[in-house]
Design a binder for this molecule. Sequence first.
Ligand code: GDP
Ligand code: ZN
Length: 458
Amino acid sequence: MEFDTIAAIATPMGEGGIAIIRVSGPEAIAVVDKLYRGKKKLSTVDSHTINYGHLIDPQTGERIEEVMVSVMRAPRTYTREDVVEVNCHGGLVSVKRVLQYILKYGARLAEPGEFTKRAFLNGRLDLSQAEAVIDLIRAKTDRAMTIAMQQVEGRLSKLIKRLRQDLIETLAHIEVTIDYPEHDVEEVTQQFLQEKCEKVKAEINRLLTTAEQGKILREGLKTAIIGRPNVGKSSLLNALVHENKAIVTDIPGTTRDVIEEYVNVRGVPLQLIDTAGIRETEDVVERIGVERSRQVLEEADLILLVLNIAEPLTEEDEALLQLAKGMKTIMIANKTDLEPRLDTEALQARYPDIPLIKTSIKEEQGLDELEQAIADLYFSGAIAAGDMTYVSNSRHIALLNEAKQAIDDALAGLEMGVPVDVVQIDIQKAWEKLGEIIGDNVSESLIDQLFSQFCLGK
Ligand code: GDP
Ligand code: ZN
């Protein structure tokens, strides 16, 4: 396939330091050469070298920028095309100006995701790897990043290919049975098919169970901070946000009645929700506070239940404890700097499965322990990044479910003794659905839709 030459700013907008403009396509080197003045013409430098020089306006001779230019010739590049990366120091204005020159002298502005789309279309990445690049761009924490990286390296693809291989063997076996019906192989066939289908189904199930974790890692654990008024919910939220790297997100941070913040606590992405706002602004009666908490609780992955250690348990505390029971909860006995009136030992004895952490947010005590408890809850062997294949992409999850359904149909057919050529159709369908995950059988429009999700310059 023959492509034109595209260009875009490849570094985040508005950030200081160096900005990179990426140019890819058959004319990439020639286009930048029209503007570049250095020791050598870029067309004569070795591949995979960085070259110092200046960009000048070819008409006026005016210097535009001092630059370092990387030249990478096809095919050992991200897009498998000639790629030139122009590193400029200047701020946003000068970077945009350089881009304008590059566009004026022969490149076209890349569409979002077009570099990665080319990597895919030129056979450099398969579809699930390309999608992982989307996830990578959006990854909110280091751990989510690791998982996305593994996918880029093709872990999921490898597994899917293996499953498809199993299905192909099954299909081949059926072909033989159909072609040589005189052989009395029905019995053997039945068992062989059943075993293969069960095996593939088990693998798909395993992948699907990782899907939920994958989703959590990408979007953050919905973490509800609950407790009656004045126990320190807002203080806790603020402390967690200040202590930890707040996660940049395009999701609006503040809604009318609840406050939400995204933070990364020891590798666990949390979407913190303070349910207090509604009470403090509207001063509603206690019962409504519990009602509201109940709603948030239903959606929460993790509950931080804040208590005031300086006061005995109240009825509302008890009500909240009852609500939180059976969910992933951490009790926080706050205000340890004050005279204690809450029997934390008795409380822990009543709820032995719920960790209880003592804090004084005012004096910055106990926050480390709290963060450790949060991390323990989620990484105590439950999620061991590095040795699992995660599925976290909703398109993959949907396709896995469809493939599983087809396998189930095949198994049901085998059970009922329907002719193998009918079973064959279901198995083939499963094979196709798995294929769609790695980009076999995908229609052009699906590809366009997927790649348009990318940021510009990737
Ligand atoms: P919320 O209503 O649960 O959100 O509670 P706030 O976070 O608004 O805190 C209520 C009051 O308790 C504020 O005056 C805080 O400064 C105070 N507070 C919060 N944490 C502590 C603590 O650890 N010790 C003490 N002594 N006061 C605290
Ligand atoms: Zn508050």
